[in-house]
Design a protein around this ligand. Sequence first.
Ligand code: MN
Ligand code: MN
Length: 456
Amino acid sequence: MRLLIQNGTIVSDGVSCRADLLAENGLIRAVAPHIEARAERRIDASGCLLLPGFIDTHTHLDLPLGSITTADDFDSGTHAAILGGTTTVLDFATQDRGMTMQQALDLWHRKAVGSHCNYGFHMAVSEWDEARAAEVDSMVRQGVTSFKMYMVYDAMMLDDGAICDALTRMAARGCLAGVHCENAFLIRERIRKLRAAGRLDAAAHPLSRPNAIEAEAVARLMRIAQLAQSPVWVVHLSTAEGLDEVRRARERGQRVLVETCPQYLVLDESCYAAPDAAKYILSPPLRKHADQEALLSAMGAGEIDMIGTDHCSFTMAQKAAGADDFTKVPNGGAGIQNRAELLYTCAVLPGRVTVCQMADLLSSNAAKAFGMYPKKGALRVGSDADIAVFDPSRARTISWRTNAHRCDNSPYEGMHVAGSVRDVVLGGEPVVEDGRLVRRGRGRFVFRRPCFTPIA
Ligand code: MN
Ligand code: MN
């Protein structure tokens, strides 16, 4: 099938220019100022930006948490993702203790069948020993070349020694690992004191995890990665102080990839005073205006690589489990559909980042970091025809009622965005037209190469 997209502005590889694009059999065949060709399908992209299909580096779909499971599975989650221009989600397949990585991978493959956008997996590991280490090669052979580790959460956390050994052995196979950076022991102590003071309301959540809790963990991770002689990916960075620790490591010559999330750019801790504050209980917590500013400036300076959503949705009924005790609220929020429109509105329109940086932050840098470039993350001849058609004048108001996720709340409820995704092409086929999913279940597993060439 041939698809011709005319009159758009193509944003890819650091360049933004008016051009037509021809796709055939799932691949981009031509990009040129004017293309005349017969095509079964056509899109008039006048006034729109054509960006490489967005890659969400951080999602939790169909994730069990104790006795409950996230509100969104791969059906509702990837429906919402693709409406927002995300053509690939990298979800965390999670190896719970007592499971093998292979069991987790097989389980996540089953969960993802029928997805509406492409999907790949990072393998989140909850234990590290010789048996798990021996599975890394097998994951690479199956196209899973990135991993995730936690410094917090009793059921998932690894100690510093395990993280160091894992980083070294993953890096030897060209695998990038992300780490959730917070200090579990300091959080535990602060919660103990808050509890003793009768502070178990939602507004105590950010008090239990102040900036230094993240910054200490980032600083420690930087030194662990230095010892491991390994690159590392800081997931969901939320603080100015954490960013400073990354800068120090980079000044030492370390390779550090940084991801932040829209919630840390557009929301702040004043949300915890709201009557529905439970929906903002996520970790790390929402921060202060100074942190938003630091992150926005860092994005403009090219110090932040990726924006993932950390979509981990729970219904208000599930959140109500912690009505009298914030420590019992399942952590996470819904954001999978709104990443591009929020970034455009809060960063591109005010001139904090360019449209080229928007393409890098939402797609290209993730494709490069995770072994997909230039098949993904670029609009050039030979790349996969995964394309987001973004209309800068398509304003809308975000609401969970009109978002496609199944979760009955949004941290961005009522927020106005200036532009949004109109159409989406997945594998050369238009799957979203005028904001509606018109071709379902076209997502495929993305088999990824190693993320980098290991240093011998
Ligand atoms: Mn996390
Ligand atoms: Mn997460």
